[in-house]
Design a protein around this ligand. Structure first.
Ligand code: NAP
Length: 333
């Protein structure tokens, strides 16, 4: 699927870059992987991690700069678009910046891909885009629409698809690395709302979802993996258990502006357009589904759920979460 292709990744130096690139190199034989982001230091750090590899090409650039983005995308076959402002509080405090990066300049990625005759663009979205409550979610909801609608709005050979992710364990500044730091440094952790629920998946699973979706996709779909959920309190207790500090103090700080107590993965309005791909995946079809798409998904069942949320997903117990975390190598470094 990605063999012999030139792959372009925006936002590679974020939480995903390492695992996405490792799996791209392990599973496929790409011709080249181009890394595109702004921060020099993060790129140098990643370069050192991967050592010399002639397939990796590092380019400093901003998705807001169409000229450089266009040049950097020359001869590219496949784009993974990850670059975003993604912290809920940061987007609440800087709404215009979030609109610029996540919405306005996603159009740059779409246009540069089409103008360079890129075959496919894979965009990474989030559960926060479903019935959005915070500004980050609003920008990612627009991002999803722009990407999916690009399949019909423009005359081009480029195909677009969305993968909707949720909380990936261990990503930059997320709760699990934060709890680890707090336990080891002060033996005191800050919990938003103990009963707040979140879906969780490991980085490996998150990347796996991308490759799996690409195998199925005929483009224009939003792919969603059916993930288990747990409460923030269970996450806290699991971390306390793992790092063996039974007397860790828990301080409740309550939800921050824009944070939802419960996330939804497929909304009520999306359910009529949703098909069950298998026990692991839902696929949401666009409202303008082509005849080809209707034919392909005709035999896949619709879900009887009103929406897919933490009430009808599987529950992740402390023991199960512990099992997952024990295999997350980064946690033990
Ligand atoms: N982490 C999660 O749990 C999660 C869940 C669901 C969806 N997602 C989505 O997955 C994607 C990646 O998330 P992440 O956790 O890896 O984010 P992250 O750690 O904050 O990384 C963001 C990446 O984007 C780059 N970037 C930001 N603004 C840019 C710009 N204007 N031009 C070029 N590059 C830019 C950053 O590098 P520089 O700052 O050096 O440019 C960095 O490489 C995002 O689209 C996010 O919405 C993440």
């Amino acid at each position: 699927m990605l063999d012999n292709k030139i792959i372009f990744i925006t936002g590679w130096t974020g939480s995903w870059g390492n695992e996405l690139t490792t799996q791209l190199l392990e599973r496929f034989n790409p011709k080249e992987i181009r890394i595109y982001s702004r921060g020099e230091h993060k790129q140098v750090e990643m370069k050192q991690k991967f050592g010399y590899n002639s397939k990796l090409k590092f380019i400093i650039g901003d998705v807001r700069d169409k000229n450089i983005l266009w040049l950097a995308m020359k001869w590219v076959d496949t784009v993974f678009h990850l670059a975003a402002l993604k912290h809920v509080p940061v987007c609440e405090e800087n709404p215009w910046e979030a609109i610029l990066t996540n919405v306005y300049w996603t159009q740059n990625v779409i246009e540069c891909a089409m103008e360079n005759n890129v075959e496919s663009v894979i965009d990474i979205s989030t559960d926060k885009a479903v019935d959005p409550f915070n500004h980050y979610g609003c920008t990612k909801a627009c991002w999803e629409k722009m990407i999916i609608n690009a399949n019909i709005n423009y005359e081009s050979n480029t195909k677009f698809v969305c993968i909707r992710w949720w909380n990936v364990i261990g990503t930059n500044w997320s709760v699990i690395p934060l709890f680890k730091k707090q336990i080891l440094e002060n033996n005191k952790i800050t919990i938003t709302d103990p009963m707040m629920t979140r879906y969780l998946m490991s980085t490996k699973e998150a990347i796996w979802l991308i490759f799996n979706a690409l195998e199925y996709s005929i483009w224009g779909e939003v792919f969603v993996m059916r993930m288990p959920w747990t409460t923030v309190e269970v996450v806290a207790d699991t971390m306390i258990d793992l790092f063996w500090n039974k007397d860790t103090e828990k301080q409740i700080i309550w939800a921050r502006p824009g944070e939802k107590n419960h996330e939804v993965l497929v909304s009520k309005n999306e359910m009529p357009f949703t098909r069950i791909l298998n026990e692991k995946y839902f696929v949401i079809l666009p409202q303008f589904a082509s005849d080809e798409m209707k034919k392909k998904y005709n035999d896949f069942e619709k879900s009887s759920m009103e929406e897919f949320n933490s009430h009808n997903a599987d529950y992740l117990s402390l023991e199960n979460l512990k099992g997952i975390l024990k295999n997350e190598k980064w946690l033990w470094n």
